[in-house]
Design a protein around this ligand. Structure first.
Ligand SMILES: Cc1cc2nc3c(=O)[nH]c(=O)nc-3n(C[C@H](O)[C@H](O)[C@H](O)COP(=O)(O)OP(=O)(O)OC[C@H]3O[C@@H](n4cnc5c(N)ncnc54)[C@H](O)[C@@H]3O)c2cc1C
Length: 475
């Protein structure tokens, strides 16, 4: 089979399928109505001020309280809990700290056995904490399925299976017949089911559940409170918001792809938009027609990949493929809607599941990913160690944010641990160049990745050079 996705434009019916969709993450739309927590007004004091109410900020708040219940912790969130990537993602909960074993081998070969073990412990801790805190977020331990759509990808399946085996993952290689028996798509040629450290969650419920657990532990959370600047303030830091400020002994930045409060972060992070569609709940007949009894999260294997999964109420989330970087890296609500990307996603969805013709999408949305050139979280401190940050998860942060939060807190408290000694924690990614070069380089790389996908995965000179330099672009 040639390149699986059509070069013909999406049809009117592909576009009609999402025309009435609500432009909002389904996960957030489906949450029970709740009163937002009040914005910060006036002057406040805190031992620790966390900026950002996503997974990183909320795990950090919880751990700061668990470490020392007397510590006064405040979280400031510009919009609402889970407003950022944490409420917009696919809910694929994977243990890897390195964006997969292959990327880990390319960038942290010496530390990978340790990083895989720490990732496994973090995954188990993630599942354990969700249970311990009683967070109902539709956790399903289904494993992760990658599907091959082209013959050359079958070789990649074999290579990936060898790596999973080497690092102790329980896994199963599926041939054409077996994969189609698992999930009914005429596009599948084979697959690989990783059964270790791979689950699904409802990320909206997880974000709200973590915030409620943090509030119950005594953390003060303020929504609709955008931090505008940080200033050194003697023994602490002054955290300014439009209607007041916090004087904090320590500050933890968990602002992901949003404009950073430290210039140092800007060099390393490019906000890359990723888009998703969510179907209406499938009818029993439609649901039956796709098989998918074991409900794994699914991704295809090309550079430009789709990810898709079922929800508890039997919808299908379908996202990925395009990864859109715009000049200057803006992050704005208007960018949540991108009709051309949705049209392509819709076209690919109906190619994958032609039996679902007529299904409509109830929601469509986009979200900014904090892409960095090594595809995994990085850390740093500023203001003489009084401020720490954890950003750069590059599209794989549902579970690793728990690890990132722990490490950032330890850096802030000057606590040396096995993790803080790692090169993984102490080193930074190769920075992206400033604009206008940045968008030029990213567009060229995207273009070359697309070309590789259309040419049986063969990487041209540009990509091979980046590979040699340890540089990359992903979402
Ligand atoms: C469409 C999409 C799909 C994804 N799919 C997956 C997936 O399936 N699996 C996976 O592992 N990962 C996935 N990811 C990545 C994952 O969602 C993120 O890595 C993770 O949620 C990052 O959490 P965070 O808390 O660091 O950042 P965020 O959740 O983005 O939180 C940052 C918060 O900071 C707030 N903020 C920013 N600036 C300020 C300021 N100045 N003052 C106050 N608040 C501020 C923002 O409003 C935001 O709420 C996906 C991401 C996207 C966008």
């Amino acid at each position: 089979m040639a390149f699986p996705w059509p070069t013909s434009p999406p049809t009117r019916s592909h576009r009609a399928a999402f025309a009435d969709a609500t432009v909002r993450p389904h996960w957030i739309d489906a949450l029970p109505a709740r009163e937002p927590r009040p914005p910060l007004a006036g002057a406040a004091e805190a031992d620790l001020c966390i900026v950002g109410g996503g997974f990183t900020g909320l795990w950090a708040a919880l751990y700061a309280k668990e470490d020392d219940p007397r510590r006064d912790v405040v979280v400031l969130e510009a919009d609402s809990i889970g407003f950022g990537a944490s409420g917009r993602n696919g809910g694929f909960a994977l243990g890897s700290l390195t964006h997969g074993i292959e990327n880990g081998l390319a960038r942290f070969r010496d530390e990978l056995p340790q990083l895989e073990r720490l990732g496994r412990e973090n995954f188990q801790g993630f599942v354990g904490d969700i249970q311990r805190l009683g967070i109902d977020c539709d956790l399903e331990l289904t494993g992760d399925l990658v599907v091959a759509l082209e013959p050359h990808e079958l070789e990649w399946v074999a290579e990936s299976a060898e790596l999973l085996g080497r690092f102790g993952h329980e896994h199963e290689v599926l041939d054409r017949e077996a994969i189609r028996a698992e999930v009914a798509s005429p596009t599948y040629l084979g697959g690989l089911w990783d059964k270790t450290d791979a689950a699904l969650v409802d990320p909206g419920k997880l974000a709200v559940g973590l915030a409620d657990a943090a509030s119950a532990a005594g953390v003060r959370i303020h929504e609709r409170t955008r931090v505008t600047r940080l200033d050194d303030d003697g023994a602490g830091v002054r955290v300014a918001v439009p209607s007041g400020h916090v004087r904090a002994r320590r500050v933890l930045l968990a602002t992901s792809a949003y404009p950073p409060l430290l210039r140092a972060i800007r060099r390393y992070v490019a906000p890359v938009y990723d888009y998703a569609l969510m179907t209406e709940p499938l009818s029993p007949a439609q649901r039956e027609s796709v098989g998918w009894k074991r409900r794994q999260g699914i991704g295809d294997m090309a550079n430009q990949f789709h990810y898709y999964r079922l929800t508890r109420d039997e919808r299908i989330l379908w996202g990925g493929y395009d990864a859109v970087y715009r000049y200057g890296g803006p992050v704005r609500p208007e960018l949540d809607d991108d009709l051309e990307t949705f049209a392509k996603l819709s076209q690919h969805f109906f190619m994958t599941f032609p039996q679902l013709e007529g299904v409509r999408f109830s929601h469509r949305w986009g979200g900014a990913i904090d892409t960095c050139s090594r595809f995994s979280v990085f850390f740093g401190t500023a203001h003489r160690g009084k401020v720490a940050y954890a950003v750069g998860y590059t599209g794989l942060g549902v579970v690793s944010t728990r690890f990132g939060a722990r490490v950032a807190l330890d850096l802030l408290n000057g606590r040396e641990t096995e993790a803080t000694r790692l090169r993984y924690v102490r080193s930074k990614p190769v920075p992206f160049p400033p604009e206008p070069l940045r968008s030029g380089v990213i567009q060229l790389t995207r273009n070359r990745l697309d070309a590789a996908d259309r040419n049986a995965g063969r990487r041209g000179l540009w990509l091979r050079t980046l590979d040699r330099l340890g540089l990359g672009f992903d979402s």
